[in-house]
Design a protein around this ligand. Structure first.
Ligand code: ADP
Ligand code: ASP
Ligand code: MG
Length: 462
């Protein structure tokens, strides 16, 4: 049995979803379980609409709902011929997005978006994409069924970062998913989500569909787990920035884990550990070019194989600062800020705190910026009045560039990376070092990524 996970870009349009169906059909004889993300941008839009509702801007959330409806119905129109299957799918999509509208209205009435409410809205994107792919597969003659992970991935109730209960999940997956595969049906399971013991929907964290695939793969004792994305596996750099970047063809679990930890943009950091525990191979492949070999992650790769560091870049980030004044700044304020952000379900990628400047800087996804500022303003309203916190401000638009090395003798790339950026005249805004000397994350202005990454790639001899 194989578990195939397709990310947001792989299901981002009717054309891409067709390509996914072809990939699934080609492997079907081996028994395939599909795990799907929402169409690209959909989860962000769902959350943005709910936040607007909480702030009293119902018009904005209705506009987002209308956009999502048009986008999904448009894809259905392109993929399916008129008929009963298409009508049923349209109805399902309309009903789900009506549900979204009702949720937004209650959020607007309450004037608050809880983490539980956030999960209820954020989970809808996967509920829609899975139904579309399952219907398309059926229309093409492959028996397929959409399966909501709320029925088979049991988690705790920590909304926004739920942890799976693996024993219960294994039991549920083997009851609800395995029999489908054994009966010749392709289950199309929602990534990213689960449900707690009371059946309340939870999410595993942003980008969590990779983790869902690992959870299902281990629960099913799958032969292999495949993460299908829009590049040829993990490369020495993002091929959009460095066309000559080379694919890392074989990695150990340990190496892949380090890459995921520092370069979460390619692989969710929790994905590798459960697979490593059971020795299940993980592949990263390109849904745009399925014939490319991609990256294979194995328990015991050949120790003689060539190993190279990789540069993983994440764009679309921003820096938000909490700036203190006078003598009142303390570590306690920094920890309160981080806690308030976590409790609001905001993902802090990195942070740095400076005593000399009495400030805390956090790195967040750019679409979270306004919400983060709002949360911090609320948290520190009193400190603002007391003059301990001078301001909360949006700072630079940034990107992270992580250099993840391999402990194989070639000199630690991290110092070289830092020096190279200095030589190029790129300002390093902040830096995060791993416990090992092999990996480092550098925060640089977004506008510098296009020249910094190719330069680093050359300097590090990749
Ligand atoms: P998905 O939507 O499939 O989950 P992601 O956007 O999460 O895909 O991750 C894949 C993206 O990671 C690629 O499109 C690429 O732009 C980016 N990326 C950054 N650095 C690298 C790298 N070194 N190797 C491969 N991809 C990279
Ligand atoms: N759709 C979710 C997100 O955008 C999960 C995923 O794509 O992995 O975060
Ligand atoms: Mg991803």
């Amino acid at each position: 049995m194989l578990v195939f996970k397709f990310g947001g870009t792989s299901v981002g349009s009717a054309e891409r979803i067709q390509a996914v169906a072809e990939i699934v059909e080609a492997a079907r004889a081996r028994g395939v379980v599909v795990v799907l993300s929402a169409m690209s941008g959909v989860t962000n839009a769902l959350i943005a609409g709910a936040r607007s509702a909480a702030e009293g801007d119902e018009r904005q959330s209705l506009a987002i709902q209308a956009d999502l409806l048009a986008r999904h119905l448009g894809v259905v129109e392109e993929l399916l011929a008129a008929g009963a299957e298409r009508d049923a799918l349209r109805e399902e999509i309309v009903a789900r997005l009506d549900g979204y509208e009702r949720l937004c209205r209650s959020i607007a009435t309450l004037g608050e978006l809880t983490l539980r409410g956030n999960d209820a809205v954020a989970s809808l994107g996967e509920e829609l994409s899975t139904r579309i792919l399952a219907a398309l597969l059926r229309a093409r003659g492959t028996d397929a069924r959409a399966v909501s992970a709320t029925a088979c991935v049991r988690t705790d109730s920590q909304h926004g970062a739920a942890r799976p209960d693996m024993a219960e999940t294994r039991r549920l997956v083997n009851r609800h998913v395995r029999p489908l595969v054994e009966g010749g049906v392709v289950p199309v399971v929602t990534g990213y989500i689960g449900a707690d013991a009371r059946g309340v929907v939870t999410t595993l964290g942003r980008g969590g569909s990779d983790y869902s695939a690992a959870i299902l793969g281990t629960a099913l004792d799958a032969e292999e787990v495949w993460i299908w994305t829009d590049v040829n596996g993990i490369l020495t750099a993002d091929p959009r920035l460095v066309p000559e970047a080379r694919t890392l063809t074989v990695l150990s679990y340990h190496e892949a884990e380090e890459l995921a930890y520092f370069g979460a943009s390619v692989l969710h950091p929790k994905t590798v550990a459960p697979l490593a525990a059971q020795g299940i191979p993980l592949r990263i492949a390109n849904s745009l070019c399925p014939e490319q070999p991609g990256t294979l992650i194995l328990p015991e790769p050949d120790p003689e194989r060539e190993r190279r560091p990789a540069i993983i870049s994440t764009q679309g980030l921003c820096l938000v600062g909490v700036v203190g004044q006078g003598d009142g700044w303390s570590l306690l304020l920094a920890s309160r800020a981080l806690r308030a952000l976590a409790e609001a379900g905001l993902d802090v990628l990195m942070f740095s705190q400076s005593f000399s400047e009495r400030s805390l800087n956090v790195v967040l996804h750019r679409e979270e910026r306004e919400h983060a500022i709002h949360v911090l303003e609320r948290e520190f309203a009193n400190e603002r009045a007391l003059g301990i916190v001078a301001r909360i401000e949006a700072q630079a638009e940034v990107a992270t560039v992580s250099v993840v090395g391999m402990p194989n003798g070639n000199s630690a790339p991290t110092a070289r990376a830092y020096a190279a950026l200095g030589a190029l005249g790129v300002r390093v805004v902040s830096i995060g070092q791993a416990a090992s000397e092999y990996s480092v994350s550098l925060v640089i202005p977004e506008g510098e990524v296009a020249r910094a990454v190719p330069f680093l790639h050359r300097e590090l001899g990749l």
